[in-house]
Design a protein around this ligand. Structure first.
Ligand SMILES: C[S@@+](CC[C@H](N)C(=O)[O-])C[C@H]1O[C@@H](n2cnc3c(N)ncnc32)[C@H](O)[C@@H]1O
Length: 319
């Protein structure tokens, strides 16, 4: 569906001095009200059963509450291992200069920062390789190289961080400013279920630790398919099912008994972190989620388990 046909009105607000486009459904999830009026169905919020319309509001509150301490808590809860999972995502993605990334539920920008850094280092590597292959060039070679460089200069890579939560994006943007990342990066408030982008726009769609918070996962997958270019890649990093029973038992003890305590001590918020642990248990396992991605229309769907299945990376392509 072309953007012009979508019944959307986009506004522009200012986030710490930067323009971001705001999808009306993004902030308040009002866009889903038609569903609540036309016969509400229930869903889960952690282990609780809630009306569908309620879930998005509660999820919004969770991330609004934890935004300031989100990065610190990630390091504390995973002992830094979330960084390795995210690095691994980039390693599998192996993006090339010029690629356009959409990182949905991108929060404080971890995936987008890694993406831009990865393509920058790829570009450097390609330049070094080209320089080595012409170590003693003639003046003619040099002049040819200059004109070739102009013609072959890759398009700039871009990363769009899209999240429903303004507070998470605000923290991400502050982080980007403090580490000096701005080129090619933009921040958009938007709902994974109704993305504020035209069809066939991105080479790669990522969603890291975000999809289990979405009320209608099938709808989010459809939107991922829509905004990807043909040949584009969907990649989802998410907590999954631990395969080894001993590790599963230890992981259960750690997550139910330690994570809410850490949440209380570090972020002053037990409930949000209890939701986190419960929402992980409610999310489909590796095979079931793979099936959902295939059902949405993606091809060559596969997954990789990290840390014994604590986290899985699912990948699929749009044909
Ligand atoms: C656990 S955080 C993950 C943040 C980041 N991707 C990372 O890996 O650190 C989950 C994010 O999903 C966002 N989120 C939840 N529901 C969403 C929706 N329907 N559309 C877009 N983002 C959503 C939350 O606001 C939150 O920033």
């Amino acid at each position: 569906m072309a953007a012009s046909m979508r019944p959307l009105v986009r506004r522009v607000i200012r986030l710490s001095g930067t323009s971001v486009s705001v999808h009306p459904g993004g902030v308040s999830a009002l866009s889903r009200c038609c569903r609540c009026f036309s016969g509400d169905t229930n869903t889960h919020f952690g282990f609780e059963t809630v009306p569908e319309a309620e879930k998005a509001k509660r999820v919004y509150k969770v991330f609004e509450n934890v935004a300031q301490k989100y990065d610190l808590m990630n390091d504390a809860m995973s002992l830094g291992v979330h960084r390795l999972w995210k690095d691994q995502l980039l390693h599998v993605m192996h993006p090339q200069p010029g690629a356009r990334l959409l990182d949905v539920a991108g929060g404080t920008g971890d995936i987008a920062f890694r993406f831009l850094e990865y393509v920058r280092s790829q570009q450097e590597r390609q330049k070094r390789r080209a320089a080595r292959s012409t170590q003693t060039p003639s003046w003619q070679d040099i002049s040819n190289d200059y004109s070739k460089e102009d013609l072959e200069r890759p398009r700039e890579s871009t990363a769009v961080v899209c999240d429903i939560n303004k507070e998470m994006l605000k923290v991400g943007k502050q982080k980007a400013d403090s580490i000096g990342v701005s080129a090619g990066l933009s921040w958009v408030v938007g709902d994974a279920e109704e993305l504020p982008f035209d069809d066939d726009q991105f080479d790669i769609y990522t969603i890291a630790f975000g999809i289990r918070n979405v009320t209608h996962i099938d709808q989010a997958l459809q939107e991922a398919l829509r905004v990807l270019k043909p040949g584009g890649r969907f990649m989802c990093l998410e907590f999954s099912k631990v395969t080894n029973p001993v590790l599963a038992r230890l992981y259960d003890i750690y997550s139910f008994q330690m994570i809410p305590v850490l949440g209380e001590v570090i972020a002053g918020d037990w409930k949000s972190y209890q939701y986190l642990v419960e929402s992980i248990r409610k999310f489909p396992d590796q095979e079931e989620f793979k099936h959902m991605i295939e059902e949405a229309g993606f091809c060559s769907v596969q997954y990789f388990n990290f840390t014994g299945g604590v986290v899985a990376l699912h990948s699929g392509f749009k044909l």
